[in-house]
Structure formats: C-alpha cells, structure tokens
Ligand binder design. Sequence first.
Ligand code: DX5
Ligand code: ZN
Length: 218
Amino acid sequence: MVEISTSILSVQKEGAIKKFYNLEAAHTNYFHIDVMDGEFVENNTKEIMLEYAETIKQISNTPLDVHLMVKDVQKYIEEYIPLEPNIITFHYEAVKNKEEILELINEIKRNNIRVGLAISPKTKPEEIYDLLPNIHILLVMTVEPGKGGQKLIPETIQKVQNAYDYINKNELEVDIQVDGGINEQTAQIVKEAGANILVAGNSILSSENYAEIIRKLK
Ligand code: DX5
Ligand code: ZN
C-alpha cells in the first residue's frame, strides 16, 4: 500500500487551520513536518513547525511524520516526543557516528515512535545498510534537503531501487519514503522503484482538489 505524507512547509499562517482540516478530510496519511534548524540546512523553520505540529495534534487524528533536518538531533527528538508523532526521521549526515545513531534510534523506539533514517542525494544507501534492521523507514531524499518546490534529482531513483532490492533480498521490514519534487509523473517512477511512502508538498498544496491529487499520487 502506498501512503501519502503531505509536507506543510509552504503553508502560510493565515488560513492554515482550514488547510489542515481539508488535508485530513482528503485522507492524507500523515502531516509531514519539516524541521529546519538554520545549521544543518540554511532555512530555519523550528518555531513555525512546532506551532503547526501542536495545532494539528489538537485538531486532528492524522498522524505526524516529523522530518528533522537538524544538527542537534537529540534536542529535537525531545522536543517532539510529547506530540506523540507516528514517525521521527533524522539525517544520517547529521550524526555519522554509528554508535550515536543507534542511541538516537533507541530513544525514539523507547517512546513507541517509528524511526526513520534519511539520506541526502549524495549519500550512498550502502553506507547505512547495516542500520536497516534497526529502523522502520528509510527516507531517500529525492532533492537536497532545505527547501520545498525543487525538481526531483533523477539519480536518486536508482538509489530507491537498490535499497528496495536489498531490503527484499534480506527479508527486512523497512518502508521506503521519498521526499522532494514528487508530483503525478515522478510519483509513478518512484513507486515503480519501490517507494511506498511519498512525501509531497507543492503538488498537493497548489492543487484545487486535495482529495483528487492525493488519490492520484497513491
Ligand atoms: C525538503 C523537504 C521536503 C519538501 C517537499 O527539504 O524535506 O519535505 O518540503 O516539498 P515539495 O514536494 O514541494 O518538493
Ligand atoms: Zn521533508
């Protein structure tokens, strides 16, 4: 089954609540919360994303999918645990040290939250294959992390395919999420390569009919 996680990065404050209601009514499977710290990536969305996540938690039952594009992973895990997200994903590139990564994974798991590990376009999936048995979701970034509205980088498709083949061959239970530049056309390609959780921001939010675009992406 393919799931859709709507990135609310580009949602303006005015009218935000109505958009959240409409996205839930349109059956987005998750709200994707893009937390940027101004260090790991240039943009800073930490205040607004926390505010949005808190609002959604109050008004909606749709699960939160938190994507941490931050250097101090530990700090933001602690900030988001009280919001009981379904998924917390952090970047391999932000930590690199495998022991430290395992500690962070365990902290997330101890709180009954699913763990995602993200790799940026330049990172080879082989670098994190040894960690796959410990995580629930591999996020293959299909654009450079840091901003919405970019074009999918074609070379990332093969990475999805390779990761999918490895996961299958080793009978692991890891979902593959993709994030960045996902629209009706690219959705088809990444699904064929093995992705089963699709993050989409602009293609959904710029559409007149959320339910229809979400159905088409699925
Ligand atoms: C990029 C973010 C994405 C992005 C997706 O750094 O992680 O979640 O907002 O937006 P679109 O779908 O517009 O590329
Ligand atoms: Zn994201």
